[in-house]
Design a protein around this ligand. Structure first.
Ligand code: UDP
Length: 553
């Protein structure tokens, strides 16, 4: 016991001395505040001032050293939402000498990840903005491991999904309000500040109407690996994929069919499906499958994930609960219902998720087109779509409109009015949409294990030329297969050749099955051609072009 205490005391003095001598050190990645993550030694936090503090000494480091550009507009985004002005991170500066006059710092020994949760009350935001980005930020820095400490600085309470945040590491995450318990000045021995935005796929419409991000960098593979890791932490045993060998194919088909079921994810307070029982009956009859309902109000989150991870189809009204489609097995169908006057094409966080390459989900939307089947709530508070507070003219206009025009986040009253309607689902039109979609559904078992290995560059590209007559010439291009091809079984290997006359700004593209070709059409004598060659696997896996060839006829 005394050993431990004195050990801690020694560490304390070592730490204090290090802080006083070396001050804070910061090294960041990223060129802009929107793609920056910073690693600190001895970043401190003053709970009285509610500010982070950087202590300058002779050996402190601040990279990037932006000077006052650090405030234009900030050092970095503390949440994964791009450039949101309520989510900026910065610190105050002090000379390390000032420590003499300050309260004794408390040191946090854990490697810490400091971030803002964006909207911890909403399940979609929890996954998209916080859990996935934090999970992959932790994968990026190896000392952010299972022992890492997370600190949430947005200032909210735990929220309804705190258990999910607990899954990210074995240590209890800290909230901003809890930091005062550590005294007036606390210093993080090692910390990372900021979140990777690499996994986000949706922008919420702060500067332009909401929609998929312009440059999506995540694929179904990373989403599914995250889902699997989370399920393991929740102690969910994934319903096993049906065995491929043993038993006749027919038996297997039968067994699989029997086990298949549909999940209806129901909301019980807002945006209701008014004839849910009828919808369930219709689904059961149409697909001859069991239909189970789940809701966040009725089940624990892990038990919902357990059910969804074995489902063939997930049906739900538009809403945050649809983020759980990331736990669906490959090949499953996501059916999203939209209330009257809400265009499914304009609200696509779940469509975009389901459509990520390699996610292998089939997405279908249905929209209530019958005004008589909608139930509005004009008298509710504005944040639940009420419009009673608006001018009479505006109320009349909204009530007459049959399509919410494009709008920015987050308080557009017409949007809120329409999105919080309850819906009587018209069963015939719903089944019609679903049947059409199922016809077009690609058979996953047949198309399965499409490789994502790209070709290398073709090797040893060469050209030979000859002049036939004063206006005819030939250009022969040849090359060797990419190096990685000899280790691969590829269904279809093709080559693409681009030929550009020097000085022209167009080119002629050719797709070829073989490793050489003699071009004579459109080839002129005494002309220089630039030739590019690349390999293509299975129609759409493009390799890089080899170095350009200069071929003079
Ligand atoms: N929610 C729910 N049942 C309801 C209404 C909402 O479980 O009847 C959940 C919903 O899944 C989300 C949160 O409460 O996690 C906030 O719902 P809201 O309607 O504000 O957001 P949206 O679902 O439109 O994203």
């Amino acid at each position: 016991q005394s050993q431990e205490v004195s050990q801690a005391r020694i560490d304390y003095h070592v730490a204090l001395q290090a802080l006083q001598e070396h001050g804070t050190r910061m090294v960041c990645s990223g060129k802009m505040h929107t793609d920056r993550i910073c690693r600190f030694d001895y970043l401190c936090y003053c709970s009285e001032a509610e500010e982070f503090v950087f202590f300058h000494s002779n050996s402190s480091v601040m990279l990037p050293n932006l000077g006052s550009r650090r405030f234009q507009p900030a050092l970095l985004d503390l949440s994964s939402v791009e450039d949101h002005n309520t989510q900026y991170f910065n610190f105050l500066e002090l000379p390390a000498a000032a420590l003499k006059f300050m309260p004794k710092p408390v040191f946090v020994p854990d490697v810490t990840l400091i971030l803002n949760r964006f909207n911890p009350d909403n399940l979609m935001h929890v996954f998209h903005d916080d859990l996935l980005p934090a999970f992959y930020t932790m994968q990026q820095y190896s000392d952010l491991n299972d022992e890492a400490r997370l600190v949430f600085m947005e200032g909210w309470g735990e929220g309804p999904h705190f258990d999910l945040y607990r899954l990210l590491s074995s240590k209890q995450p800290l909230l901003k309000e809890q930091l005062r318990n550590f005294g007036k000045l606390m210093c993080f021995t090692k910390s990372y500040v900021g979140l990777s935005k690499m996994t986000t796929w949706y922008q919420y419409g702060f500067v332009q109407p909401q929609g998929p991000k312009a440059n999506i960098l995540v694929s179904g593979n990373e989403i599914r690996q995250f889902a699997r890791a989370l399920m393991e932490k929740m102690n969910i045993t994934k319903v096993d994929e049906p065995e491929r060998d043993g038993g006749s194919a027919e038996d297997e088909k039968e067994k699989e069919k029997k086990d298949e079921y549909i999940v209806v994810f129901s909301r019980s307070t807002t945006r209701l499906i008014l004839n849910e029982a009828e919808l369930i009956m219709a689904l059961a009859q149409e697909f001859e499958m069991r239909v189970v309902t789940v809701s966040l109000e009725e089940q624990s989150f892990p038990s919902i994930v357990q059910v969804i991870s074995g489902a063939s189809m997930l049906v739900s009204m538009h809403g945050a609960q649809l983020i759980t489609s990331l736990f669906l097995p490959r090949g499953a169908v996501v059916v999203e219902l939209f209330p009257f006057a809400v265009n499914p094409e304009q609200y696509t966080p779940y469509k975009t998720l389901a459509s990520l390459p390699g996610m292998d989900l089939h997405y279908v939307s249905w929209r209530n087109m019958k005004e008589e089947n909608t139930v509005t709530h004009p008298d509710r508070p504005w944040e639940q779509g009420g419009i009673a507070h608006l001018e009479k003219d505006e109320q009349v206009r909204i009530l007459a409109s049959k399509d919410v025009p494009r709008h920015l986040c987050c308080r557009n009253p017409e949007w809120l009015f329409r999105i919080y309607q309850d819906t009587l689902v018209d069963i015939p039109s719903f089944l019609e949409v679903l049947k059409e979609a199922m016809k077009a559904r690609p058979n996953l078992k047949k198309t399965k294990v499409t490789s994502t290995v790209h070709p290398g560059r073709v090797r040893d590209p060469q050209c030979q030329t000859s002049v036939q007559t004063s206006n005819e010439a030939k250009l022969t291009v040849s090359w060797q297969i990419p190096w990685n091809l000899k280790y691969l079984k590829v269904r279809e290997v093709k080559y693409e050749v681009w030929i550009q006359e020097q000085g022209e700004n167009t080119y002629m593209p050719y797709i070829l099955p073989q490793q050489n070709y003699t071009f004579s059409e459109n080839i002129k004598p005494f002309t220089t051609y630039l030739v590019w060659v690349r390999c293509i696997f299975s129609k759409n896996l493009l390799g890089p072009f080899a170095d350009v060839l200069m071929c003079r006829t």
